[in-house]
Write a protein that binds this ligand. Structure first.
Ligand code: 4NP
Length: 153
């Protein structure tokens, strides 16, 4: 399985989602590919936000290898699942889709924790929600993903 986490800047939410999923993948020895990207290129080439680095570190996860990059249309071929954080990311990714196979790859990540509810991961960059709470939401979504896709869990 190849999974791409997507937010706006690719410095706060999606780097955490990538880090948490990679951490669990290593724990369960899964052969999955994980990456993240932003629907904007505002921060292309940058490290994750220091506040994301700190909350990840507190939870034993290193995300400092990550660099922000812009989502591209080629990502539809490179990934099986494209998990967005909010409806704005969702719509911006969907605009680039060229067929229904592409569209069917897109979801809101919190639907793995709360199926069908289309809950957003609030943007912590401007303080819409604290980084610790965002981390907790993403952990729940990742646990939901593992439960859905890995039978032995
Ligand atoms: P992210 O947060 O989408 O979770 O990475 C943001 C980062 C930067 C900006 C907005 C959101 N920005 O406007 O620069």
């Amino acid at each position: 399985m190849r999974i791409l986490m997507v937010c706006l800047g690719n410095i706060c939410r999606s780097p955490l989602a990538e880090g948490i999923l990679l951490n669990r993948i290593e724990k369960y020895n899964l052969d999955w590919k994980v990456d993240s990207a932003g629907t904007s290129s505002y921060h292309a080439g940058s490290l994750p936000d220091p506040r994301s680095i700190t909350i990840a570190e507190k939870n034993g996860i290193d995300i400092t290898y990550q660099r922000s990059r812009h989502f591209t249309v080629e990502d539809f071929d490179k990934f099986d699942l494209i998990l967005t954080m909010d409806s704005s990311n969702y719509q911006n990714v969907k605009k680039l889709a060229t067929n229904t196979t592409d569209i069917n790859k897109i979801d809101l990540i919190m639907n793995y924790a709360n199926p069908g509810r289309n809950i957003k991961v609030p943007d912590p960059y401007w303080g819409e929600l604290g980084f610790e709470k965002v981390f907790g939401m993403l952990e729940k979504a990742v646990e939901g993903m593992l439960k859905r896709y890995v039978e032995e869990l």
